[in-house]
Design a protein around this ligand. Structure first.
Ligand code: SF4
Ligand code: SF4
Length: 343
């Protein structure tokens, strides 16, 4: 598989990465088989996180016996304080069976509060700097769902790479963040290339992303067939036809009516409803087993029932989503999920 230069890190990264979220659902041998298949197909970039259950551990098992120099591994910590952040990093190294990780990301820096906590005295960024100095981390990095905030962080020059959601529906990063990454010579990891499992035409989704030379799409992989299909699309690298463009544009306008971009501009909700989490429930359901989904979603979905239909959130949503109506649909989906679990 073709490799591309990952910004100023100088790392040569495969044209797509291996996202480590879905392997949480697999047994250890299954996770090892799918990870090894990706590596055999030429994927050398693996992205995981402390927050992805046992993903780091399963990747560690899978790469036993693989020359560590062949792989570029990225992980993340959501901790905003130095002590927990460094504890997560040490655990990551232990689980991976490695004495370094190539990229370590402050995970989901999407609000000004998180940004301020990370950069406070005793915050996670101090830990990240220390870890780079000690050689435990080769390059400091961050991930976010908030594009303006990410752009601000990119401009600080403190990070070697950024990870943001990007696909042909959720394409706001194309305006400023992707060109800026190129200008600043930063790596760009493209999160949610399939919209969290909502874009089911892998060919269209990947071929759209391959137009952007300086990004590394990072699809979550659960099955050997999936990584084989994606690798074949990447290797063929067939440009989009006029017909494909038309299909993309139709899908974009159709899905755009209900697609939540997780920007949280709709907040605050007087009822405390975690709107973006509720609206992206389907993507969460695709990510983990029922216990994982239940743990993360049940409180928020119960709160969603208390929506007053006041419309305050709709006024603030830049995409003018009909949030009260969408919440009702999500409650139905939640009830179906609970029934499926019970039955
Ligand atoms: S319409 Fe519902 S979700 Fe939106 S702000 Fe009002 S109570 Fe919250
Ligand atoms: S509902 Fe609208 S404002 Fe709220 S997170 Fe989703 S896209 Fe953003």
């Amino acid at each position: 598989m073709e490799k591309v230069r990952f910004g100023k890190t100088g790392l040569m990264v495969s044209r797509i990465g291996f996202g480590g979220i879905p392997i949480q659902r697999l047994s250890k041998p299954e996770a090892a088989a799918v990870t090894r298949e990706a590596i055999d197909l030429g994927v050398n970039f693996i992205d995981t996180a402390n927050a992805y259950g046992d993903s780091e551990e399963k990747i560690g098992e899978a790469i036993k016996g693989v020359n560590r120099d062949r792989l570029i591994i990225a992980s993340k910590s959501t901790a905003t304080d130095k002590k927990t952040f460094l504890r997560h990093l040490d655990l990551c190294l232990k689980r991976l069976g490695s004495d370094y990780v190539d990229l370590y990301q402050t995970h989901n820096v999407s609000s000004p509060e998180t940004r301020d906590a990370i950069f406070a005295s005793g915050g996670a960024f101090e830990g990240l700097t220390e870890a780079v100095r000690q050689g435990k981390v080769r390059f400091p990095a961050f991930s976010s769902h908030n594009i303006p905030l990410a752009v601000e962080l990119m401009k600080t020059g403190l990070f070697a790479s950024v990870q943001l959601p990007f696909n042909f529906v959720d394409d706001a990063a194309a305006e400023e963040a992707i060109p800026l990454a190129k200008k600043l010579d930063m790596g760009f990891i493209c999160m949610k290339p399939f919209g969290g499992g909502l874009l089911d035409n892998a060919g269209l989704a990947i071929r759209y992303l391959l137009r952007f030379e300086n990004i590394v799409p990072d699809p979550g992989i659960e099955k050997i067939a999936e990584i084989r299909e994606i690798a074949a699309i990447v290797n063929e690298n067939k440009p989009l036809s006029a017909e494909d463009e038309k299909t993309i544009s139709g899908l974009k306008s159709e899905l755009g009516k209900w697609w939540c971009h997780r920007c949280d501009y709709c907040q605050p909700c007087p009822q405390g409803i975690p709107i973006s989490s509720a609206l992206t429930l389907r993507s969460l359901i695709k990510r983990g087993d029922f216990d994982f989904v239940f743990r993360l979603a049940s409180a928020g979905m119960e709160k969603a029932r208390s929506c007053l239909e006041c419309g305050e959130c709709v006024k603030r949503c830049p995409y003018k989503l009909d949030i009260p109506r969408l919440l009702k649909k999500q409650i139905t989906l939640w009830e179906e999920t609970l029934r499926a679990r019970a039955g």
